[in-house]
Design a protein around this ligand. Structure first.
Ligand SMILES: Cc1cc2nc3c(=O)[nH]c(=O)nc-3n(C[C@H](O)[C@H](O)[C@H](O)COP(=O)(O)OP(=O)(O)OC[C@H]3O[C@@H](n4cnc5c(N)ncnc54)[C@H](O)[C@@H]3O)c2cc1C
Length: 269
């Protein structure tokens, strides 16, 4: 599959049934909402620069999994040169958008989960690495955006997940079924969550035996049944609603985004 253009990325968001809430109400056409759209434009730039002959070399990499040319934001770092190119790519995008382009956390999450699942399988004889590699190959081939989701609401910071009075303050397995798990809880301050096709969930702190239900990592699509996004308010966000030619509006074309992602009994096969 060819790497997407910015416009194709935006159209791919329209095909998702992502449930987005802002100012206490559901936003149906969130893709064109004037507060949200600048953050989508920032992500679109990570696609458009791939198509630009001047930047294509920096913005792409050869997949270590498939050998195909992929967007560097979906790449597993293989060398010092990859790390330098990653930072140069981020600097370029900062120059082009003057905002957060929202794909860095997902990229870091790929690299962390790739090595963690490998070590886990070595120690426990499980097959998580194979599952993860299949997932990442799909993300690379379809050129998708993934939210790296770690931060739970947490509640009392002095207490472990299982010891919280409200059991849902850390995301947890609410039910185990023969065909999968049902998860409940939330991930907070998720960069680019609304603009992502998928979410890669990881625990936010080290867990002990009693926290077994909370020690869970998985991936799920943005429009999974039971998934809800509450758009994060930013200072001056309503300025995006003002006349874009007004000097007060600031960066009217680009922006960043964080959201509270609520998992209201989401089934993970
Ligand atoms: C703009 C933005 C984007 C973000 N994007 C993402 C994202 O894409 N994905 C993601 O997973 N997360 C994201 N985050 C969340 C971020 O990783 C967390 O905010 C951060 O890890 C801190 O966690 P916290 O907010 O729970 O604060 P806390 O961990 O509660 O820390 C708050 C303060 O309390 C102190 N503290 C914490 N625990 C204790 C304790 N037991 N005793 C004493 N002091 C304590 C800390 O040192 C700190 O000063 C984002 C945050 C921001 C602001």
């Amino acid at each position: 599959m060819a790497l997407m253009t910015g416009e194709q990325y935006i159209e791919s968001l329209r095909r998702l049934k992502t449930r987005v809430y802002m100012f206490g109400e559901q936003v149906e056409n969130w893709v064109d909402h004037p507060i949200i759209r600048p953050s989508i434009n920032s992500v679109a730039m990570t696609y458009d620069l791939v198509q630009d002959p001047e930047y294509a070399d920096l913005m792409t990499a050869k997949s270590s999994l498939t050998g195909k040319t992929i967007n560097r934001f979906t790449h597993l770092h293989q060398s010092t040169d990859d790390l330098i190119r990653k930072v140069k790519m981020q600097r370029l995008l900062g120059q082009k958008t003057g905002a957060c382009f929202q794909r860095c956390v997902g990229m870091d999450a790929f690299n962390a989960v790739f090595s963690t699942t490998y070590e886990l399988d070595e120690a426990k004889g499980t097959k998580y690495h194979e599952n993860f590699v299949k997932f990442l190959e799909m993300i690379q081939d379809e050129d998708l955006v993934v939210d790296g989701a770690m931060t739970d609401p947490k509640g009392d910071r002095g207490k472990a997940p299982h010891a919280q009075p409200d059991k849902d303050l850390f995301l947890r397995i609410a039910e185990r079924r023969p065909d999968g798990i049902v998860v409940r809880g939330a991930k907070a301050h998720q960069t680019g969550a609304v603009n992502s096709h998928w979410h890669l969930i990881m625990p936010t702190i080290a867990m002990r035996e009693a926290d077994a239900d909370y020690a869970v990592s998985f991936a799920c699509p943005s429009d999974a049944e039971g998934l809800f996004m509450v758009y994060g308010r930013q200072s001056c966000d309503t300025r995006k609603l003002e006349d874009p030619c007004s000097v007060d509006v600031g960066n009217s074309r680009f922006g960043g985004q964080e959201a509270l992602v609520v998992f209201d009994d989401v089934f993970i096969p």
